[in-house]
Structures are given as C-alpha cells and as structure tokens.
Design a protein around this ligand. Sequence first.
Ligand SMILES: NC(=O)C1=CN([C@@H]2O[C@H](COP(=O)(O)OP(=O)(O)OC[C@H]3O[C@@H](n4cnc5c(N)ncnc54)[C@H](OP(=O)(O)O)[C@@H]3O)[C@@H](O)[C@H]2O)[C@@H](O)CC1
Ligand SMILES: Nc1ncnc2c1ncn2[C@@H]1O[C@H](COP(=O)(O)OP(=O)(O)OP(=O)(O)O)[C@@H](O)[C@H]1O
Ligand SMILES: [Mg+2]
Length: 369
Amino acid sequence: MLVKHGVVIGLGRLTSQLPSSSSVLRRQQFLIRALCGSQIHRPKLIRAMSSTSEADAESVLRTVTPSLDLKRHKGQAGKIAVIGGCREYTGAPYFAAISALKIGADLSHVFCTKDAAPVIKSYSPELIVHPVLEESYSISQLSEEDQRTVQDKVLGEVDKWMERFDCLVIGPGLGRDPFLLECVSKIMLLAKKSNVPFVVDGDGLFLVTNSIDLVNSYPLAVLTPNVNEYKRLVQKVLNCEVDEQNAEDQLRSLAKQIGGVTILRKGKSDLISNGETVKSVSIYGSPRRCGGQGDILSGSVAVFLSWAQQLKAGPESPSETPAILGCIAASGLLRKAASLAFTKHKRSTLTSDIIECLGKSLEDICPAS
Ligand SMILES: NC(=O)C1=CN([C@@H]2O[C@H](COP(=O)(O)OP(=O)(O)OC[C@H]3O[C@@H](n4cnc5c(N)ncnc54)[C@H](OP(=O)(O)O)[C@@H]3O)[C@@H](O)[C@H]2O)[C@@H](O)CC1
Ligand SMILES: Nc1ncnc2c1ncn2[C@@H]1O[C@H](COP(=O)(O)OP(=O)(O)OP(=O)(O)O)[C@@H](O)[C@H]1O
Ligand SMILES: [Mg+2]
C-alpha cells in the first residue's frame, strides 16, 4: 500500500514537473496506465520497490524437512519442550506441543503447573507432561527459605532434562504469576548455559519485555510476538510507538537492539528479522482469527529450527540462519494448514482443525516417500 502510494505520488510529482505539451502528456498518461492501471505490471513494480523480500517458504520447507530414514532412531527428528500451562490456560501448551509432534518431532514434553498437568495429559497420551511449576498461591504459606528450596527443586526438575532438548518453547499459557515467572527466568538462564535454543511466546514475552537481558544477545532466541506483544516490545526497547509505515526497518532495529535475536512479528504478513535481514511470509492463510494459532506457530518454529540446525554445511546450504529458516518454514506451513482447514470448516474453523491439517499441508510440499 505504502509503495503503491509512493508510485502514485511519484507520478503526481512527475506530472506537475513536466511541460504541458500534448505529446508529453500523452506519453505520461500512457506511463500512468502502464504502471498503475494494469494488473500485470503493478505487482511487479511493487515487488521491485519493496525493501523486504518475500521468502520462498515452500522451498525452505523442502530444504529443512529431513527425509524419513529407517536408519534414524527415536529422538533424531527432534525433542521439544514447552514451558507453559497453568490453572487458566491448558489449551495453549497443548497446541504448541501437539503441533510439534504432528509436524514430525519425535518427542514433545510439557513442563506446567501441578493443576494444569492432569488436564493436559487428558488431552493426549502422546505428550510427556511434567507437573513441576509452582504458582504463588501454593507456596505463599512457606518461609522465604522454603520458597527458595521449592524454586531450586523446580529448576532441578527442568535442568536434568535440559541437555536432551533440541529446542524449548517458553510461554504458551504460562500466566503471569510472579513466583512462576521468576522460576521461568532461571530456566532461560539454564537453557542459555546449555546452548539450547528457545522460542519465546505468549506470557514468556511478557516476562522478557520486562527483563530484556534474559534474551539480549542470545543468538538462539526467537521471539514470536502478536500485535499486543510487539507493541509492548517496541515501547520498551525502542522507546517509541509501532511505525507501520516503516515496519521492516523498525523490526530490524528492534532485533538489532536486542543483540541480534530473531523476531517473528505475527500479522497479516509475518515479518521475520535478526537485525540484519528482513523476510516476509504472506502466503494466503485464513480469515479466522481463533485463539491458539500463535501456539501452533511457536511449536512449529521449534521443530523447524531444530531441523535447520541439523543441515550440513556445504556450497548448496542456505545462507540464512537456522532461526530465520525455522520461522519462515513454520509461518508458511501454518498458513497453508489454516487455509486448508478454512476450506473445510469455514466460520467454524478452530485451532484443532488447523492442527489436523498440518500433516497434509506438509505432505503436499514434501511427500514422505
Ligand atoms: N486456549 C488457550 O489456552 C489459549 C491461551 N492463550 C494464552 O493466553 C495468554 C495471553 O495471551 P493473549 O494472546 O491473549 O495475550 P495478549 O494478546 O497480549 O493479551 C490480550 C489482552 O489480555 C490482557 N492480558 C493477557 N494476559 C493477562 C493477564 N494474565 N493479566 C491481565 N491481563 C492480561 C492483555 O493486557 P496487557 O498485557 O496489554 O496488559 C491484553 O489486553 C498467553 O499465555 C497465551 O499463550 C492464547 O495462546 C490463546 C489460546
Ligand atoms: N490479519 C491476519 N491475516 C492473516 N493471517 C494472520 C493475521 N494475523 C495473524 N495471522 C496468522 O496467524 C498466526 C498467529 O498469529 P496471531 O496474531 O493470531 O498470534 P497470537 O495472538 O499469539 O495467537 P494465540 O491466540 O495462539 O496467542 C500468524 O502466524 C499469522 O500467520
Ligand atoms: Mg499468543
């Protein structure tokens, strides 16, 4: 739209500067028709003038998705852990964790509060659910020392698994309880110590926005903000408002300011940057905005990022980082699946319907055999 306006304004300026001879005017009118009036020429012009390149998501999906090989053993296609799930939210961590499995990860864990665990387990026997997180209400009677002991126990429970995970998803359905968020900030430190990549979403972004040092300069961190979460990040880090006219440059500055973390800004087009490159994914998805689609995305980024990390270096290997590739692949697949689910279910499309379409959508792009 901006560029389209740029063209129109540009030609308007051109008009006012040109001599008013009739032949010049005729040529000018022809130019205006050719540039603006033709459906064939306009998109080419917009693309040529755009500062962001649209990623070829299908090609990235084909590059990062590993072939199914009988020589591989369980775990090699990815072990993912979601840190999230509390009394209020049990759907979000489930959506993220089950999406990881549906795409092709081998194991998907959930670390959630004790209350949320039986609920999440009952959604699916496929998930490995750890009821380890504690909220303030369950420890408020304890002395400070005992509270620290509880925190150490929580961290110990997560840390003994940490090195086995290829990627964490921190935040879907986490809630905003202060005691729980303090534990989660320490889980982030443990992940960084073990060089485990993590995707931060939902309430994880609430935590990180208020303590940006938790992710600053960690190249294996991916943030996936929605419209509200992005606004809060921009206000906090760049100290200004979201600038839709310069969306790509602002995203690049934001990622750079946080030390080169990768940010996937969700919206009509998904925009992805690590402070250097900016990519967009605009494949047609679905007009349904039911809650939970961001959770599918965060689980998917974790899987594709893990797969992209396994790509062998070589002359043919992609120049983008695994985090950028993971974001492009996840965004493209989610949009394909959302589109397919919407074709079937129209207004009644739910997040579970989209999850059911993940397999077929990936199969259409990279068949299993
Ligand atoms: N089926 C499920 O289980 C699903 C669960 N989900 C889970 O929900 C959680 C929040 O994610 P979301 O996407 O609703 O957050 P978002 O758009 O920033 O906020 C919208 C508005 O609500 C408000 N607000 C939020 N939390 C608040 C709090 N604790 N206390 C007070 N206010 C709060 C917020 O206010 P603000 O932050 O601006 O002050 C804004 O105005 C997150 O864990 C997500 O994973 C989703 O994934 C969907 C499916
Ligand atoms: N206006 C839009 N048009 C098309 N697709 C969109 C639009 N907004 C979001 N999406 C798609 O939906 C996905 C989820 O984005 P959304 O902004 O709904 O996340 P979210 O609010 O975090 O979701 P959740 O409810 O899971 O927390 C994005 O990856 C994007 O592809
Ligand atoms: Mg969300």
